[in-house]
Design a protein around this ligand. Structure first.
Ligand code: GSH
Length: 227
């Protein structure tokens, strides 16, 4: 039986897109952690102690602390410590390997950079009154959605015939983009990206990553993720 208190600690926030992609990677790779749901307005001291920047997600391992969602995703599939299958670690299906292409690295950089910046402005357009909302949306389309559509017209996933880390890295952000003006998105000319997003939102992996946890309070018993 697993001793839950000995599992790595994941500080997480359900609605944070960075935390979502980390949770999906952990679950897909078969990693089990103890999840500490964080209220961003009242961050626990234990989180500040391990990560002064105190963003989520943070994964606390026995020998190091990972404070970037992409590092947590890579660790999820790369970790060979448990030795389930020494030849393949936690990635017998190649989710990490398939993501390691220049095109996929460029998509993640665009997502985390120009797209995220435009997405925030599109989402909170009233805070950026110097430009109309649609111009921020155009920036977001140019940064990520248009190149993503080109890829997905040729292949169902960013790992080609199968999904990979890159699909999961982009998904929570594309979801946010679609949700800003759902009616606009539904009639926008991006059929491949719309189908890709729909497929992921209906997937068991996404459902597993979105199971709610009550905010962690020191002294609580370990809350195992995935459930
Ligand atoms: N580069 C970081 C970004 C993480 C991030 O910015 N997370 C947000 C929540 S979505 C956060 O924790 N913000 C700090 C705060 O709101 O106080 C990563 O990839 O993990």
């Amino acid at each position: 039986m697993t001793n839950a208190a000995a599992l790595p600690v994941l500080y997480s926030f359900r609605r944070c897109p960075y935390a979502m992609r980390a949770r999906m990677a952990l679950a897909q790779a078969g990693q089990v952690v103890q999840l500490r749901e964080v209220a961003l307005r009242a961050k626990p001291q234990a989180l500040l102690d391990v990560s002064p920047a105190a963003t989520v997600p943070v994964l606390v391992l026995p020998d190091r602390v990972l404070t970037q969602s992409l590092d947590i995703m890579v660790w999820a599939w790369q970790d060979n410590d448990r030795g389930d299958d020494p030849a393949h670690g936690h990635d017998p299906e190649g989710w990490l390997a398939r993501s390691n292409t220049p095109d996929n690295h460029a998509l993640v950089a665009a997502n985390d950079g120009a797209f995220k910046r435009a997405l925030d402005r599109y989402k909170y357009a009233e805070r950026f009154p110097e430009r109309p909302q649609a111009s921020h949306r155009d920036d977001a389309l140019a940064a990520l959605i248009a190149p993503l559509e080109q890829r997905l017209l040729q292949q169902p996933f960013l790992g080609d015939a199968h999904p990979c880390l890159t699909d999961l890295a982009l998904l929570p952000f594309v979801r946010q983009f679609a949700a800003v003006l759902p009616a606009w998105w539904a009639s926008a000319p991006f059929p491949a990206t719309q189908a890709w997003l729909q497929g992921w939102l209906a997937s068991p992996l996404f459902a597993q990553a979105m199971v709610p946890y009550t905010p962690w309070v020191p002294g609580d018993p370990a809350a195992v993720y995935p459930r």
